[in-house]
Design a protein around this ligand. Structure first.
Ligand code: NAD
Length: 580
């Protein structure tokens, strides 16, 4: 009889059956949970907090240490090998990472992986994955937490210095990225994965049936393809899948190779085996072609531009019949982020927030404000404040601590951004209000530039520039609700957006109408500055798959869970009692 009850356990059990089951089970030798085949993993409990930012005031120990690290890395050209397993590789395809603010100065020599080396890394990953996957998650969390401590302490200034020199970040921009955000990613992803393991399926009659969910790494390999603009993103894209038991091929950006290699070295020191993550600088398309051609591709974890992600997605689609599993595609892409300022807004806060959002790190944050809608009534004050402030902000070498902005990343970016500045200079719809100078003689410097447009649909208001160019459309106050439509519809992106007002009824209305316009939405705050575990990050539409890096679910996405049901009592009959 109890067999029937167990077979029906997914439905509501009739109480006489249930009573029979219970009395029968009482007569059976009861197996405790400790005798089940799939055991719960013992995880040391831990909790984490966001890594505090250091101040770098003159005379502070962190400033002194940072200066020493800068001297070390600027005074030498670091050799960065390709790392596959424990093996270093070098090819004839020699490349250099230069300082964007002084492009005659190379800080790293690296080598592009050939298609054969990418294939070798795939083979190593596929072979290593089962053993790495079986290392208990608790041990992996210990490694990740140890790595985070190394990054927060001993190697903090190595990460900051290489990010400042190689990616032209100022002190504070490096500190929030390569120190705090990276450390937060490691710690919070471990925390959230640990918490996620607690969500086990129900076992209504544990003496009869035990249900478990195993968080497995995926079969095959994961390709992590990272951008130049956040050192922390590289670490997150490669090492969160690795923490969850995947074998990873990490392709860093050419213009972030050195800081990314420092991450790789720290993770090795903390205990990540070489086979778990290979470090493969490579020409983008060479890497993309090789990974998408492999039947073992389990997932791509990408952050970068829309065209690159579209190309990778297209290749996966074309190769779909080849794969052993359907590859998981996670991509975080570009934005054309807006600040929509209502006539009731505080003009000082709106102006300051817009300057910070548009120009910190040269507007090269994917969340940077690139278009602003400002009411006529507030425009004189906001214009005055922005222009006056910009006059006080220095664009220069980030090694000079009074610089607010460094250089843009490379010659390609300089050409693209100066092209938009040129467009502003020549278009009758556009007026340059501040900035407008571009000079690449020493470094790739572009002044913070504010452009006013009379056409809210000009391409400068629609296309991602990814540089220090802010476009402003000044609207008649009575047309404020039309601006909601423009903020929502005039670009293909939906990454970040901000509304500024003191009129709370309007804020509520706009927040509702703009619900689909941004994955990260700000009220009376600038559109940049998301913090791990506080504002999980990502957008939809052409801005990406919105998988929310820094959020509670991110780590679990990198698993292929297995549901296991273990039944403790034998099945004695095929027929059901009602059959007579
Ligand atoms: P990118 O697309 O040029 O490069 C990103 C990475 O892809 C690099 O490692 C590059 O070498 C590689 N790549 C290029 N072609 C490839 C190919 N065919 N196959 C495989 N890999 C290839 O982007 P970028 O200039 O490094 O980064 C800037 C872009 O990233 C901007 O659009 C920005 O908005 C976006 N971004 C988005 C987020 C987000 O979270 N949404 C975060 C940071 C940056």
């Amino acid at each position: 009889m109890y067999q029937l009850a167990i077979s029906c356990a997914r439905g509501r059990m009739l109480s006489p059956l249930r009573n029979t089951l219970i009395s029968t089970l009482r007569r059976l030798p009861v197996r405790s949970a400790s005798t089940t085949i799939i055991q719960d993993e013992r995880i040391n409990d831990f909790t984490v907090e966001n890594e505090p930012l250091l101040g770098y005031l003159p005379g502070s120990p962190e400033r002194e240490e940072l200066q020493k690290a800068i001297s070390k890395y600027e005074g030498t050209q670091t050799d960065v090998p390709i790392m596959i397993g424990d093996q270093e590789h070098r090819t004839d395809l020699v490349r250099h990472q230069v300082m964007p603010h002084c492009h005659s100065h190379s800080i790293a020599q690296f080598y592009y992986a050939t298609p054969e080396l990418v294939q070798k890394a795939i083979d190593v990953a596929v072979a290593a994955r089962p053993a790495w996957e079986r290392v208990p998650l608790s041990q992996k969390f210990d490694i990740w937490l140890k790595a985070a401590d190394l990054m927060a302490g001993k190697y903090r200034q190595a990460l900051n210095a290489t990010t400042m020199l190689g990616q032209s970040k100022t002190v504070i921009q490096a500190e929030i990225d390569s120190a705090a955000e990276l450390v937060d990613f490691l710690r919070f992803n471990a925390l959230y994965a640990k918490e996620g393991m607690k969500w086990q399926p129900r076992s209504p009659e544990p003496a009869a049936t035990v249900n478990k969910l195993r968080l497995r790494g995926m079969e095959g390999f994961v390709a992590a393809v990272s951008p130049f603009n956040f050192t922390a993103i590289g670490g997150n894209l490669a090492y969160t899948p690795a923490m969850m038991g995947n074998a990873v091929l990490w392709k860093p950006s050419d213009t972030a190779v050195l800081s990314n290699y420092v991450i790789y070295q720290i993770m090795r020191e903390a205990g990540v085996p070489g086979e778990a993550v290979s470090f493969l600088p490579a020409d983008g398309p060479v890497f993309g072609d090789a990974i998408t051609a492999s039947p073992h591709l389990a997932a791509i974890n990408f952050t970068g531009s829309v065209p690159t992600f579209q190309r990778l997605w297209g290749q996966v689609g074309n190769n779909l019949a080849k794969y052993r599993s359907f590859p998981k595609l996670v991509g975080e892409c570009g934005g054309k982020n807006y600040h929509l300022i209502h006539p009731s807004a505080d003009p000082e806060s709106a102006a300051n927030g817009t300057v910070r959002s548009a120009f910190e790190y040269c507007g090269q944050k994917c969340s940077a404000c690139s278009r602003a809608y400002v009411p006529e009534s507030l425009w004189p004050e906001i214009k005055e404040r922005m222009v006056t402030t910009l006059k006080t902000l220095k664009t220069g070498d980030p090694r000079q601590f009074d610089s607010f902005m460094g250089a843009v990343i490379d010659a390609t970016a300089f050409k693209r951004i100066s092209g938009y500045v040129q467009h502003a200079k020549t278009s009758p719809n556009l007026t340059i209000l501040a900035g407008g100078k571009c000079d690449d003689s020493v470094g790739y410097f572009v002044e913070p530039t504010v452009v006013v447009t009379t056409d809210p649909h000009d391409r400068i208001m629609r296309e991602e520039i990814f540089g220090p160019v802010l476009s402003v459309y000044v609207y008649p106050d009575a047309a404020v609700d039309d601006m909601i439509g423009l903020a929502n519809d005039s670009t293909p992106y939906a990454l970040t957006g901000a509304i500024f007002a003191s009129d709370r009824a309007w804020l509520a209305k706009a927040a509702d109408a703009l619900k689909d316009s941004a994955g990260n939405f700000y009220i009376n705050d600038k559109s940049t500055g998301s913090v791990v575990a506080q504002q999980p990050f990502g957008g939809a539409r052409m801005s990406g798959t919105n998988d929310k890096a820094g959020g509670v679910h991110y780590a679990l996405k990198w698993t292929s869970p297995q549901a296991v049901k273990e039944t403790m009592v034998p099945l004695k009959d095929v027929k059901y009692p009602y059959m007579g």
